[in-house]
Design a protein around this ligand. Structure first.
Ligand code: PEP
Length: 246
């Protein structure tokens, strides 16, 4: 049975006091035992949430380099020294605003795996890719390095998040069947690369304007194993309701 996961990506939101209030609210709730609940606060707050018990803590990013002269960055080794178990990589905002390439994202994945941290690897097409019916090719090429250059053992630690860029923060959600089609396509690619058992064990999350009103339908799809939640993760009631929609 693959793991169900709901991860909240707080992005660059919340001052210290508001971040702590949200964290405390989330820690006071109860969640189904079989769902891994993750929050990804801004990196400067990560260490102050290290005592979390109900939720796991994720970074929103990581450097592709080992420790050294990289001003402003933080390494996988640093995350591991804070006992973090997850890090998001390849988010479309990093790909767009920081021009992150598939190769750089792959290097980040390698670095996380080297330090025992689970990468939440994001992929997803733009609106023009979808309109030109190129979305499957785009997602395939974004996944190509992790599917061809990781070992099966390394890949078994990876969580995939399919996030159509046109749905992120826009209020537009992928039609559940369209999302399912892409998740099934991704699972097929994993099966080709590592075999059907590995593909059946990989959690594939959906992200893009997921909210309490649509999470139940999305999560009921056969190949959707949870969500990566942006805006709705900043409200504890909405986030709890998404987690409980499984
Ligand atoms: C995200 O940024 O990962 C995301 C899914 O955002 P939102 O839920 O706000 O669309």
């Amino acid at each position: 049975m693959r793991k169900k996961i709901v991860a909240g990506n707080w992005k660059m939101n919340l001052n210290k006091s508001d971040a702590h209030i949200l964290y405390k609210n989330l820690e006071s709730k109860s969640y189904p035992n079989d769902v891994e609940v993750i929050i990804a606060p801004a990196s400067i707050y990560l260490d102050s949430f290290s005592n979390a018990s109900k939720v796991s803590i994720s970074s929103q990013d990581v450097s592709a380099n080992d420790n050294g002269a990289f001003t402003g960055e933080f390494s996988a080794e640093m995350l591991s020294s804070m006992n973090l178990r997850f890090a998001i990589v390849g988010h479309s905002e990093r790909r767009t605003f920081h021009k992150e390439s598939d190769l750089l994202i792959f290097q980040k994945v390698k670095m996380l795996l080297k330090h025992g941290i689970t990468p939440i690897f994001c992929c997803g097409e733009s609106l023009s890719d979808r309109e030109s019916k190129n979305h499957f090719n785009i997602v395939k090429s974004q996944l190509s390095q992790i599917l061809t250059m990781l070992s099966k053992k390394e890949f078994s630690k990876v969580v995939v998040a399919y996030e159509p860029v046109w749905a992120i923060g826009t209020g537009l959600t992928a039609d559940p069947q369209d999302a399912q089609d892409m998740h099934s396509f991704i699972r097929g690619l994993i099966s080709e690369a590592f075999g059907s058992e590995a593909s059946e064990l990989t959690s594939i999350l959906y992200g893009g304007s997921c909210k309490p009103s649509n999470s139940r339908e999305l999560f009921s799809m056969k190949d959707i194993d949870g969500g990566l939640i942006g805006g709705a993760s900043l409200d504890s009631e909405s986030f709890e309701s998404i987690v409980n929609s499984f």
